[in-house]
Design a protein around this ligand. Sequence first.
Ligand code: ZN
Length: 393
Amino acid sequence: MKERDALAPTEELPEDAQLYTTQPSIFMDTTPESYPDGWTECLVSPDAKAFILSQPEFPAPLLRPSALQYRLSPTPDKGLGLFCTAKIRANDLILSERPLTLTPTSSSTRMRFLKELDAREQYLAATHEWEKSLKFLFDRLYPDYQAAFMGLANSHKHDGSGLVGGIIRTNGLGVILPPNKYSLEEQQTRRKGVYSAVCKEISRVNHSCSPNTTAHFDVITFSFQLFAVRDIAQGEELTLTYTDLKAPAEMRQSDLEPYGFHCTCSACATSCTSDALRERSMTMQIDNIDDGLLKLALLEEQGLESSGQYCKTLETVMELYIGIGDADNASTCAKKLVNRRWSSLASGAKLYTSPLAIEKFHPLWKGGGNRDLERGADNLECSFGGLELGQAE
Ligand SMILES: [Zn+2]
């Protein structure tokens, strides 16, 4: 049977080329009924496509939560939102879905006539060209997916954005592809490798500055996964952050302006006290276990369990417990990290969920690193680099 997205060699293409591709690849007669995991219409660079296809297990089936625990309902002031229909526990997978579209966050279109235009005209001309590229992508969407896409909010109706571009700007979730190719500076200033994914369901999750969920893109299943970062009560609205949670309230509000709403969450409503507490919880140095536990408590108090700082602090506290020889508490921290499957630190903690494994294999165990130093340099490689079973002694 003919595949819709035949694989073509991409080596000769320039780095800034963009390819239209359907991922995972589907047959011409595939429908959402015949393939419920779905597929994504992508506009990506040759190296992003090569990275996706190089994953040995791609495309793995979607991870499914044990039960459907949310529904779409109107909110008082933010249009539609997702609400819990049953209590959801911290770290539970709430839903996973393949995005409808995956597109670069900025156009790489080269425009020869730009020099004769003023800045506003240049912006509008470039936006018009970009919209044409996005409309071509939209036309490739399956009709049901087109309807889902068009059902999403658009807060860019009056700034020159086209319809497709406006919906992507309003609803897109960030994805970096390939994940480790570009520096943070290249991503931020030149938008290298930065993509925007529009999802039928997760894009409907509204913003909070103390969000109760986090969205993680998993390349192997080619899906966004929505996880609870703390317990969520029945009836509570699911929330994500659209902005930098470290920033003070005033900066967050200005960041949120393009989305067309003013955040009224409890952190924004009490910014005169919460700004200082947030800054302290995000930046405080940890010199000992008590500091670490205090930092975790402050982050929880501010509803910042979705932040990278929370997992980083858990890891630091785990290492501090290992350093004083408390394997039980260290393994408890490791288990908490492993449960946060969306974190990049989760896989590194897997080996240390049992106190016995910590005692045997962790290089910091009761100053074990120092003892190795005394034994000589030859043993260092074994104790620090070789954390596989059977190599530590
Ligand atoms: Zn807020």
